[in-house]
Ligand binder design. Sequence first.
Ligand SMILES: Nc1ncnc2c1ncn2[C@@H]1O[C@H](COP(=O)(O)OP(=O)(O)OP(=O)(O)O)[C@@H](O)[C@H]1O
Length: 250
Amino acid sequence: MLIQMRNLAFVRQGRTILENIDLTIKRGEIVTLIGPNGAGKSTLLKIALGLLAPSSGSRQAIANIRIGYMPQKLSLPETLPLTVKDFLKLAKSYEKSQLQHVVHRLKIDHLLKTPMQRLSGGELQRTLLARALLCKPELLVLDEPVQGLDVSGQSELYHLIHNLREELDCGVLMVSHDLHLVMANTDKVICLNGHVCCEGHPQTIQQDPSYLELFGRAMPAHLAPYTHHHDHTHDAHCSHGLNGNTEEKH
Ligand SMILES: Nc1ncnc2c1ncn2[C@@H]1O[C@H](COP(=O)(O)OP(=O)(O)OP(=O)(O)O)[C@@H](O)[C@H]1O
């Protein structure tokens, strides 16, 4: 076990954002959080990172756990002179040999002198991932790592994450909206909507009634859209009540 949350809740300004969360991540395991906007996915990642404290329940991690974090986005002033190399060197602590290894592994050697603002979407995601790897993480936390990439770029990055997990023998906790790609690239999926609606292996979870209510009927993996059905309401125990027949696509 790398990290474990038990009966965790997070409340802000009188509003319950997360409740009844039980989550364990082991070494070598990829766990993916899916859920509609505002479901609490980023909040849960911040609790995993230790940036936010739970309001109740517990979050335990192994002693001195090394966590590499890839944020959802990076906002840099257009005129800030910052090359990829400078950016990587801002990481808290790393060895020079590790920087060289990571840069080579993620195939960004040729970008080291490029200003951060000039990177393409795919190059930026690889650079952010490289920075997350500098601490030789035992746990990688990735907030929508493939956003902004085209389908082949998404597939390539998931494949890379898949391989890195084996090479580093680390755990991976990530958020994704790309349901069809998640299914092929994860060990465990957790459907979150303030609480855990359902969880399990990607193949089995597609049969779960809670999953089907949230994301619609199972389809061939390459055709599955990310569809969130809002024709029901949730309570803390994941029972559903019908309230109309509207549907949202995210
Ligand atoms: N510190 C805070 N204080 C008050 N409300 C907050 C705080 N942090 C998050 N929230 C609220 O909690 C809810 C969950 O936010 P969160 O960003 O975790 O959702 P998400 O699932 O990551 O959404 P998205 O898919 O849109 O990124 C949102 O309604 C947000 O406004």
